[in-house]
Design a binder for this molecule. Structure first.
Ligand code: ZN
Ligand code: ZN
Length: 361
């Protein structure tokens, strides 16, 4: 990622046996944090509300940016920004959810990839099956879902977008090795707001064990990839009682906080590309900083008396340290390929930092 020349000199001078350090959190940032959701549906696919109703919900609930990502459909955000956009306060950006299925028993398997910042609809691999709201690509049962992800992600990148692999455990569709060819700079949805997407993974009691969303992420990171973890709503419902149902696809459940110089598509895209953000379902971070020696998080203490535990996680998903309190810190031991922080509070809310790399990535 970063050349790390300064860090190489630094470690060389001190003669420390540490790897080449690289972290976006090491820079003094002039930016501020912007809250946003990268996964949202409207009536342009299977959501229940119009794009302006949906965008208004996010604007009125403390978000600064939103991507509208309907299945197989790119919503024109220009009229929405004309209606609801506000300089430095609220911005809507384009995208879509490339909706890939593999034929099989029952509902088959699904591999969904969000295209962020793209303005032309991308057709998934395979034969199209169209509904009133859009089209899904049905790949043959014999092909791997990983290969469809690779093809769809490549098209997103050709169009100048950022690809986000969504809800890996939805219908228990993906296996970690489906991410083996994921290119650096991709996003992985480690937490999806719908309560039925199996974020925490699990086994079926007969030998089929799937890791959590975080476990998929550790698999990719342990292969040496630069993949950034995202929390997102996947919101579909904005009307009626189901909005408040924890298992439903209501809004406001998971998001990212991006540290950017300003609220423009270019600045947000630059920050997301570099991993200058964290994911959250309710734990707020005031600061994240890293240097050659340590990695420190400053948690913004809520008024509700919540307590926090931070797990510093390294290669293979190994828990390197578990630290209580609002200013957890981890001192690098020297051999970690990467270290990331996963925070949970006493009420089950979470936050995840991006990894700090120690191996020259
Ligand atoms: Zn999906
Ligand atoms: Zn979705």
């Amino acid at each position: 990622m970063r050349s790390g020349l300064a860090s190489t000199l630094f470690t060389g001078l001190l003669g420390l046996a540490v790897g080449q350090f690289s972290s976006v959190y090491a820079q003094d940032s002039e930016g501020r944090w912007y809250k946003g959701n990268t996964h949202t549906h409207t009536v342009n696919s299977d959501g229940d509300s119009s794009p302006d109703h949906v965008a208004r919900w996010y604007k009125e609930h403390g978000y600064q940016f939103l991507f509208i990502t309907d299945h197989g459909y790119v919503t024109d955000v220009a009229p929405l920004n004309a209606l609801l956009g506000a300089s430095g306060r609220f911005l809507i950006m384009p995208g879509e959810e490339i909706t890939q299925s593999r034929r099989g028993e029952g509902r088959g398997n699904e591999a969904h990839v969000n295209a962020l910042f793209t303005t032309k609809s991308i057709r998934p691999v395979g034969e199209l099956e169209c509904f009133t709201w859009g089209c899904v690509g049905r790949a043959a049962a014999s092909g791997s879902l990983g290969s469809t992800i690779d093809a769809n992600v490549a098209t997103v990148r050709q169009q100048g977008g950022i690809a986000q692999v969504n809800h890996p455990n939805y219908l228990w569709s993906l296996k970690p090795e489906d991410l083996d060819a994921l290119p650096d700079g991709s996003l992985l949805e480690i937490w999806n707001g719908i309560g039925e997407t199996n974020n925490l993974g699990g086994g079926d009691g007969m030998g089929d064990k799937r890791p959590s969303g975080e476990g998929f992420w550790d698999h990719a990171l342990s292969l040496g990839k630069v993949v950034w973890g995202v929390g997102a709503d996947d919101s579909h419902w904005f009307q009626g009682e189901r909005v408040a149902d924890p298992a439903s696809a209501g809004p406001g459940k998971a998001w990212i906080m991006v540290r950017a110089s300003e609220l423009t598509p270019t600045a947000i895209k630059t920050a997301i590309s570099k991993g200058e953000f964290y994911a959250s379902t309710g734990v707020n971070l005031a600061d994240i900083s890293a240097d050659e020696k340590s990695f420190t998080i400053t948690i913004a203490q809520g008024k509700d008396g919540s307590r926090y535990v931070t797990r510093f996680i390294g290669k293979g998903g190994k828990v390197l340290a578990e630290v209580d309190g609002v200013k957890p810190s981890y001192h690098f031991q020297g051999a970690e390929a990467y270290v990331r922080a996963s925070i949970i509070d006493s009420n089950g809310r979470r936050a995840w930092t991006q990894p700090v790399f120690r191996d020259g990535r």
